[in-house]
Design a protein around this ligand. Structure first.
Ligand SMILES: [Zn+2]
Length: 164
């Protein structure tokens, strides 16, 4: 993805107050981020640990949303699928995150929830090369396909939050 400055990130937040945007703590690795290894920048707030953020470019502008952990996911002991990157995890590694919707819908306390990798490191997870298999001999093609799916589902999630 194209790089973002700290100011870009704070300005990008569409579903929180100015105070929320001001309180946001950047990922500890921010200074050394390799932007091309990210399709979306998403991370858990190191200080406000129940919060996470998901920032991406949309129509040439950075758009960021605040996520809140609503719950660690449903049934204990059952593997769960991240709804953005589709990685399969044990229950503890996937959490139900909710995002307040942007604009009036959010002020009316409407939110959108989905299961996402608890560490929000989907961009990294989708890039792990799988072992070659007879039917999928090219691990890089598998990764490219995963990235495309991840980006598409993230855009859909963002559309639900933005209401457009
Ligand atoms: Zn994920």
């Amino acid at each position: 993805m194209r790089s973002l400055s700290e100011a870009d990130i704070r300005r990008s937040i569409v579903n929180g107050s100015r105070k929320d945007a001001a309180n946001l703590v950047l990922p500890p690795t921010f200074a050394d981020l390799v932007w091309e290894d990210h399709d979306v920048l998403s991370w858990r707030d190191p200080k406000l640990t129940e919060r996470g953020y998901l920032i991406t470019w949309r129509d040439d502008r950075p758009v960021g949303i605040i996520l809140r952990v609503a719950d660690s996911s449903g049934q204990r002991g059952r593997p769960s699928l991240c709804q953005l990157c589709q990685s399969l995890h044990s229950t503890d590694d996937v959490s139900l995150f909710s995002a307040r919707r942007a604009g009036q819908a959010g002020r009316d306390f409407n939110s959108v929830g989905t299961l996402i990798c608890s560490d929000l490191r989907c961009s990294t997870t989708v890039r792990i090369l799988p072992p070659p298999e007879p039917l999928r001999p090219d691990p890089h093609a598998v990764v490219a396909e995963r990235i495309a799916g991840y980006v598409r589902r993230t855009e859909d999630f963002l559309s639900a939050v933005l209401g457009r």
